[in-house]
Unconditional design. Structure first.
Lengths: 307, 434
């Protein structure tokens, strides 16, 4: 698959502080790419470099097959984490102004704005000033500004913050719709459940270095530990435990169920799941048997704390 | 439409639509006229007549003091000094001039006292001193048996008339007019820089606190944004000045036609008096007019425009950089001081040094230094400045301007994305290297 964006060994320093240390990324076209990392890892620095807000000290960015060029800003939409608009400017005027800055003609921008205002049900706001809107309403306007010029690459930094669940869902659907229409989305967030739900690819940056990158499924496969979560109703728990401890590592676990069963995490090591299953079926009634797939959250915490 | 003109347009419209801009534009000329009328009214009022008591034990001076509009003198030599002092405490008399009895009139020079509870004005005291000194001198002459009439006749009065090498007669007091014209232009530039420079700074801070800056900077270059802001704000300012000029002129026109008063320097003088004055010094008046018209008006206006643009852009780049460096207006004070200082210095040098010696070293040097030249040079121009000095000064101004814009753009570029802490000068310097 083609890549919309490639970063090659990007280095950015602020004085003595290194914000990015030879970070390389590959963002496939048409994907939703999760850019993860703890606070201060260097995500914002990287996003700013992609947006040409700052220049890297060394390394280069390839956008859609070309070296990053000032004209490329017209094909990139950016929703920064710190939201803001001109408070005393009217919604319609403001959107037109920002759209024209991205190279749109006034007529084209007006048409697009009408489409989006209709879609997000904010039609009546054209002549309202931003200061008259609530925070969530202003966020919607900002989202429109970000996507208005039909950018090939969208960069969302914490897009759901400040939205109520209904609107967050609305925005999520819009993001998926944009993906369907062919846009690529770089998605930076601390909300792991939305990464889990939306992202095809992820990268994890920690302390200015990239630690993980790849398809979400591949990363998960790499991080799986062949651990199974089991639930069993047994009359002879001691016998069962004896059998299991002979072969596997065990630990207590917890999950929701309606029975009062024994709940265990079983690390299989090199053994096959069927071996475990056959021991369990001999000793009782299996109520629960699931492979523990590492969540993005687990991977995040595990990687960050081990480095 | 190019992005720069887009930004200029937005800044201009944002400024012009602002309520405070509208209020300022239409209210300040009214205020200005109101103040002018008020001051005119105040100065036309007669001050209270002040009663001055004279206790003269020598009997020499009592009749020398003549009543004026402001001061009435009363000879109270017969009354005891102690009682007179009480009357001053009771505010019956404004002051008491006490001339003690002495053996030798020479001692008088240091023994005369003026007793008053309010400190008298310097000019009044020197007036008293003059009267006493004159009388004393006369007395001394008589004592020395000199012919006072002959001495008086021998006193020469000199009035040097000024002329130019071209032979035209020149006028005293013209310097004041020249400095007033140059000063008005220089002062205008200073006011414009302070008012609109501040506006540029506030607008930068606004974008920073609104956090819209990241969106804009992802579409345009910080340099474009900064220049657009400076130009857009200056256009709003120029519009405001034009409106002020129109309103001011209209008000003056209406006022003078309604009240039949001739406003300006002769305010408060009745038409009859004016006529008399004109016929008396008609020749002088015409000469003044002629001199005014012979001032290098074209040079003055053209230079005003050049220095206005250069000076305003130079300073507003500083203002923009400061706005970018801080998070709110209160933090900006520390950085503003070094900017306001040269402006004030320029005005002071203009009014004190240029007036005394328009082509002296200090005036010349400060009309070259770019931070003061827009003010000082404009004040010098009415006195005639060699063209090479003018061109050199402009070249330095614009050279510095480009350097400062580059420098300000660097700080601006880094500063607008820095939140939270107030930077030090050291950090600002570090930003230049990012």
């Amino acid at each position: 698959m083609e890549n919309i964006l490639t970063a090659n060994k990007i280095v950015k320093q602020y004085g003595d502080y290194t914000a990015l240390n030879e970070v390389s990324l590959t963002v496939p076209k048409g994907s939703i790419y999760g850019l993860l990392g703890p606070n201060g890892a260097g995500k914002t620095s990287l996003i700013r470099i992609i947006n040409q807000i700052t220049m890297p000290d060394s390394g280069e960015i390839i956008f859609d097959g070309q070296k990053l060029h000032p004209n490329h800003v017209q094909h990139i939409g950016y929703l920064p984490e710190e939201r803001g608009l001109y408070k005393s400017m009217k919604v319609g005027e403001q959107c037109l102004y920002l759209a024209q800055m991205k190279g749109m003609s006034k007529a084209d921008a007006t048409k697009q704005l009408e489409y989006w205002f209709d879609r997000l049900e904010i039609k009546g706001w054209w002549n309202k000033k931003i200061e008259e809107l609530s925070k969530g309403m202003a966020q919607k306007v900002q989202f429109v500004v970000c996507v208005l010029h039909k950018p090939k690459l969208l960069i969302f930094d914490e897009p759901f913050s400040g939205f109520d669940p209904v609107n967050a869902n609305l925005i999520k659907d819009e993001i998926l719709e944009l993906k369907k229409q062919g846009s690529t989305i770089i998605f930076s967030t601390h909300r792991m459940e939305s990464v889990e739900e939306l992202c095809d690819d992820i990268a994890l940056i920690h302390k200015s270095n990239k630690l993980i990158e790849g398809k979400l499924d591949d990363v998960k496969r790499e991080y799986r530990s062949n651990t199974f979560e089991v639930g069993i109703l047994s009359d002879n728990i001691e016998g069962l435990m004896y059998d299991l401890t002979q072969k596997f590592q065990l630990s207590q676990t917890h999950f929701k169920s309606l029975n009062d069963e024994l709940k265990l995490n079983v690390v299989l090591g090199n053994a096959k799941p069927n071996e475990l299953l056959s021991i369990l079926t001999q000793r009782g009634q299996v109520t629960h048997f699931v492979e523990k797939i590492p969540s993005v959250n687990d991977i995040f915490i595990q990687t960050v704390s081990s480095n | 439409m190019s992005i720069l003109s887009l930004i200029i347009k937005r800044e201009f419209i944002a400024k012009v639509r602002n309520k405070s801009f509208i209020v300022m534009t239409f209210l300040s000329p009214l205020l200005f006229v109101a103040i002018a009328v008020f001051v005119g009214y105040l100065s036309s009022m007669k001050a209270d007549v002040k009663q001055i008591a004279i206790h003269d034990e020598t009997g020499l001076f009592a009749n020398e003091f003549k009543n004026s509009d402001e001061y009435h003198y009363q000879n109270v030599s017969a009354i005891d000094v102690k009682i007179l002092k009480d009357s001053i405490t009771n505010h019956y008399y404004e002051g008491l001039l006490y001339i003690p009895k002495v053996d030798d009139t020479k001692e008088l020079s240091s023994k005369i006292q003026f007793i008053s509870n309010d400190s008298p004005s310097l000019s009044f005291v020197s007036q008293l001193e003059n009267i006493v000194a004159k009388k004393l001198t006369k007395a001394n002459f008589e004592k020395a048996k000199l012919d006072t009439v002959a001495i008086k006749n021998a006193e020469a009065k000199v009035n040097i008339s000024l002329a130019k090498s071209s032979g035209e007669e020149s006028l005293k007091g013209l310097n004041e007019i020249k400095i007033a014209i140059g000063g008005a232009f220089g002062y205008l530039i200073m006011m414009f820089i302070i008012i609109y420079g501040n506006m540029v700074m506030r607008s930068v801070i606004e974008e920073k606190t609104n956090r819209i800056i990241e969106i804009i900077i992802s579409s345009v270059k910080p340099f474009q944004l900064m220049m657009g802001k400076i130009i857009g704000t200056s256009l709003a300012g120029i519009l405001q000045f034009i409106i002020w000029a129109i309103i001011g002129l209209s008000i003056m026109f209406v006022a003078s036609s309604v009240f039949g008063v001739h406003t300006g320097p002769t305010a408060g003088v009745s038409p009859e008096m004016m006529k008399a004055a004109q016929s008396e010094m008609g020749g002088t008046f015409a000469l003044y007019l002629k001199e005014l018209w012979s001032l290098p008006i074209t040079t003055l206006v053209l230079s005003f425009i050049v220095y206005f643009i250069g000076g305003y852009f130079l300073y507003s780049s500083f203002y923009a950089a400061i706005g970018a460096a801080v998070d709110n207006e209160t933090d900006s004070q520390q950085f503003l001081l070094p900017i306001i200082m040269p402006l004030i210095l320029g005005v002071y040098i203009g009014f004190f040094t240029v007036m005394n010696d328009p082509h002296g070293t200090i005036a010349t040097v400060f009309s070259m230094i770019p931070l003061t030249s827009p003010i000082v040079m404009l004040m010098r121009i009415p006195f005639g400045v060699p063209i090479w000095q003018l061109l050199l000064s402009m070249a330095i101004l614009f050279g510095t301007f480009f350097f400062v814009v580059w420098f300000a753009a660097k700080i601006y570029r880094v500063g607008i994305l820095m939140y939270g802490k107030k930077p030090t000068y050291k950090e600002l310097f570090k930003w230049l290297k990012y």
